[in-house]
Write a protein that binds this ligand. Structure first.
Ligand code: WTA
Length: 643
């Protein structure tokens, strides 16, 4: 019965290893025919003229060229005839005593239309950028979908980012509209989002409207003419009697959203995804990796402020008519059994979380796991960073009770959706390996010179040689930066920035970033951006950031700082951390700050990060060749002062 439903609903879901191999083969040999067939499963206002047009040199990548659609018709309208009463979003509060909320597809449709009309009433038009800075409440999903409904471009900013970080992003996108909350609940904390926005807007006078949803009842200041309450605006729409909101007709390659991510340079870049390709890719990967079956409850623990939430809480599941569980809080509140409690409460079938959460929960022992049933679980997922074998086995054994496959999904903000992963119960899992590419994904490993490394049992830098529908199209307002960052290191290849090895069976294992980007608790942080923030603290002359292995966060942040004048080290360390929190957000706070009199540099002035990394890792025995350093004696001083 379920199988029949799947076949009807998801004809593009591969069911066996043989089907995976056949789909993969076809996607490489006849990519256009392959994706045209997949795209039959969506609702289009007009079909495409050409499936794919591309070159990686500009880059120019166009999928389903000439097609017209609206992604919200695919996420909402088209499910109404059969699934109006199916839960679309189930929301669980931060506070376990507060009632959960379920929105069926009909209810979600109504809410999205209503808020889309609010946006319109306030002058938001197709192509306008709307910044969304909210906690994890259903209105966050509703606001993103409402933007998509009217063709406005959403730029969701994670609720942990600081005023300065918001201001940079608002300016880069020239976003004139903001949707926010008075505050957000996260664990025991109540984060005053609106006041952070107020601070950001001191440097963004071009912002015309701030729509504020009341969640925490924290008192906020409302600027006349600019700041308005969500609830009041909904009342106006109700009074106007505008129940529906027609879906704007979008071109396949119109921008759906911008999502900022840290890179190797100081300034975050606005990764751009477009309507048709992103929709097809998130849907295809959702249905295939998790092997979603109608009726299942899918719980992705990410925040919608990150790409994982965009793709696997909102667009992937909803485009598939699935039930997506959204959780406002944190895994350790009120205790470290919260995820497991939610799994039992809603009979969650698919749990998708990050290694950092698993490692953190592991550290609390098994008492809060073993008093739960967890019997509804069928598939476990991991995302955001390499999962170490210990965490993998703990997850598989204690949470999955050795009966659930673990899908280790490798992908990036830029890839829109999962590129390399096993498919639950279809292709085998292997601890700490993302395993095999999805149909449509053609990975290759290259050496430093860009030479492709053939065969198995090899390692190199991970590139992709052919576009998939969800690939980044540009970086907002700066196409050259997109070309330089991803398409210029190796000719005709998309460069991921990750190192990787391929085992004897062709399975891929991602070993971590090979560029100046750290991955701290699954969050990407560019070292240059962090150094800028530290250098802005008065008295800091120069700094260098490296990562070091951290039991829970995966990578910790180690800062080497040249600081001028007398100082109380403990106090200055605190102030430097506060300065980073102010410039970027608490997620980027350094774990260790070592004061140094100089940084090891080559004669050409380049910081030798390799040496700093070794010292931070506590591996000072063999620092390699230091003879090219301007001042080799510095190394001894830094070694002695290591924390
Ligand atoms: C890392 C998150 C190993 C990787 C979806 C990548 C992973 C960066 C995995 C992207 C995984 C993500 N195994 N590493 N399963 N998933 N990464 O843009 O270094 O926040 O380049 O996207 O996270 O992080 P981003």
């Amino acid at each position: 019965m379920v199988r029949n439903l799947c076949v009807m609903k998801y004809p593009h879901q591969v069911k066996t290893l043989a089907e995976y191999k056949a789909a993969y083969d076809k996607s490489v040999k006849e990519p256009e025919a392959f994706w045209a067939k997949v795209a039959e499963n969506f609702s289009w206002k007009k079909k495409w003229d050409k499936v794919l047009d591309w070159n990686f040199s500009e880059p120019k990548i166009e999928w389903f060229k000439g097609a017209k659609l609206n992604i919200t018709e695919n996420c909402l309208d088209r499910h109404l005839p059969t699934d109006a009463n199916t839960p679309a979003i189930i929301w669980e509060s931060n506070n376990p005593k507060e009632a959960s909320i379920t929105y069926t597809y009909q209810q979600l449709y109504d809410k999205v239309c209503q808020f889309a009309n609010v946006l319109k009433n306030n002058g938001v038009k197709k192509g306008d950028r709307v910044c969304i800075y909210m906690g994890m409440i259903p209105e966050l999903a509703i606001a993103t979908l409402a933007c998509a409904r009217i063709g406005a471009i959403h730029s969701v900013i994670f609720g942990g980012f600081s005023a300065q970080a918001i201001s940079d992003r608002l300016q880069d996108a020239n976003a004139e509209f903001i949707v926010t909350c008075d505050g957000a609940f996260r664990g025991a904390k109540d984060i005053p989002l609106k006041s952070v926005i107020d601070e950001a807007l001191k440097t963004c006078v071009f912002v015309k409207k701030v729509i504020v949803y009341k969640r925490t009842n924290t008192s906020v200041s409302m600027k006349a003419d600019r700041d308005i309450w969500w609830y009041d605006e909904i009342k106006k729409v109700e009074a106007q009697g505008n129940a529906a909101c027609p879906a704007e007709e979008m071109d396949a390659e119109d921008i759906l959203f911008i999502l900022y991510t840290s890179g190797s340079t100081g300034k975050p870049k606005g990764v751009v995804h477009t309507c048709a390709g992103y929709m097809v890719w998130t849907n295809y990967t959702f249905v295939n990796v998790f092997q979603y079956k109608p009726g299942q409850i899918h719980f992705c623990t990410a925040d919608i402020g990150w790409i994982t939430g965009h793709s696997y809480i909102v667009y992937g599941p909803l485009s598939a008519g699935a039930t997506s569980l959204m959780f406002e809080g944190v895994p350790t509140y009120p205790d470290a059994g919260r995820f497991w409690e939610i799994v039992d409460k809603f009979k969650v079938n698919i749990l998708y979380t990050a290694p950092t959460a698993i490692r953190s929960l592991m550290s609390f022992g098994l008492d809060l796991v073993n008093n739960k049933k967890l019997s509804s679980l069928e598939v476990l997922g991991s995302v955001g960073e390499p999962i170490n074998e210990e965490a993998w086995h703990w997850y598989h054994t204690n949470i999955g009770k050795e009966k659930c496959p673990v899908v280790d999904t490798w992908w990036q903000t830029e890839t829109g959706g999962i590129l390399i992963s096993n498919l639950a119960n279809v292709t085998p899992h292997k601890p700490s390996f993302a395993t095999l590419p999805l149909p449509g994904v053609q990975p290759c490993l290259v050496d430093e010179q860009g030479k492709v490394i053939e065969g198995n049992n090899v390692s190199g830098n991970l590139c992709i040689k052919f576009p998939w529908p969800g690939i980044i199209r540009t970086t907002y307002n700066d196409h050259e930066r997109c070309r330089q960052t991803y398409f210029s290191t190796y000719k005709n290849l998309y460069f991921t920035g990750d190192g990787c090895l391929r085992d004897e069976e062709g399975n891929y294992r991602i070993t971590g970033r090979v560029d100046d980007v750290l991955n701290v608790s699954g969050h990407r942080i560019g070292t240059a951006e962090l150094e800028n923030a530290i250098n802005s603290y008065t008295g800091v002359i120069e700094s260098a950031i490296v990562g070091y292995p951290h039991d829970i966060k995966g990578q910790g942040i180690y800062a080497y700082v040249i600081y001028d004048g007398d100082h109380d080290h403990a106090e200055t360390r605190k102030e430097i951390a506060a300065s980073v929190t102010k410039m970027i957000g608490a997620i980027a706070k350094p774990d260790k700050v070592q004061f140094v009199s100089g940084l090891p540099k080559t004669r050409s002035g380049k910081i030798m990060r390799r040496i700093l990394r070794k010292i931070a890792e506590g591996d000072t025995g063999n620092l390699g060749d230091t003879s090219t350093l301007l001042d080799p004696s510095l190394v001894d001083e830094i070694k002695k002062g290591a924390l």
